[in-house]
Write a protein of this length. Structure first.
Length: 198
């Protein structure tokens, strides 16, 4: 089955698990720190300028947002994390929601994790990858905002991050820039592979 991410459309923004879409078909989740460029990445990957809400104020995504790609395939935008100005009770709520999502979601096929290439491998990023490991869910890391670094520095960071995960065959890494279009075709292909259940 060929997956066309351009067909993605908003379905629901869920504040609690009872509002999640049925746990069926296949889905790929997107996560990242509040300043990682997650919404911009989703928009670039789906070819929609305003599918995911972008903001100059980090931490705006406060719900788990579901997008339908096909009758059996979904994309899921998880709440951004790590933004200190968000009230503590909200950060706790987000953390619990994400942890529950990974622990219970049977149709989850993979996580696409956004990390700012200038600040990768923060503790909360590592926590999310540990939840992936516990759930036996592979992860694909996008080192976002690659246009902010020279090609040589971006390449060096890519090597360093890949080395960090060399003992984990369930994690792949690439450079990415929604603004410059760097790595968009490769990321689309990878996500399509995750969603292709045929």
């Amino acid at each position: 089955m060929t997956i066309n991410l351009n067909q993605a459309k908003f379905i629901v923004a869920a504040h609690k698990p009872t509002q999640w879409l049925p746990d069926e078909g296949v889905e790929v989740a997107f996560a990242g720190r509040s300043n990682s460029g997650k919404s911009s990445a989703i928009n670039a990957l789906t070819g929609h300028r305003k599918l995911a809400i972008t903001s100059k104020t980090p931490g705006r995504t406060q719900q788990i947002v579901f997008f339908q790609v096909s009758p059996t395939a979904k994309l899921v935008d998880l709440p951004g994390y790590g933004y200190s100005k968000v009230p503590k009770h909200m950060r706790v709520h987000w953390s619990k929601a994400i942890e529950q999502y990974f622990a219970t979601r049977q149709c989850l096929r993979a996580l696409v994790l956004m990390m700012d290439i200038r600040h990768p491998l923060k503790p909360l990023d590592q926590q999310l990858l540990e939840w992936c490991r516990e759930a036996a869910v592979p992860a694909h890391v996008l080192l976002t905002k690659a246009d902010k670094l020279s090609k040589s520095r971006a390449a060096a960071t890519l090597v360093a991050v890949r080395r960090e995960f060399q003992k984990r065959g369930d994690i792949s890494v690439q450079v990415f820039s929604a603004h410059a279009g760097i790595g968009v075709p490769d990321a689309r292909l990878r996500i399509g592979e995750f969603l292709d259940y045929s």
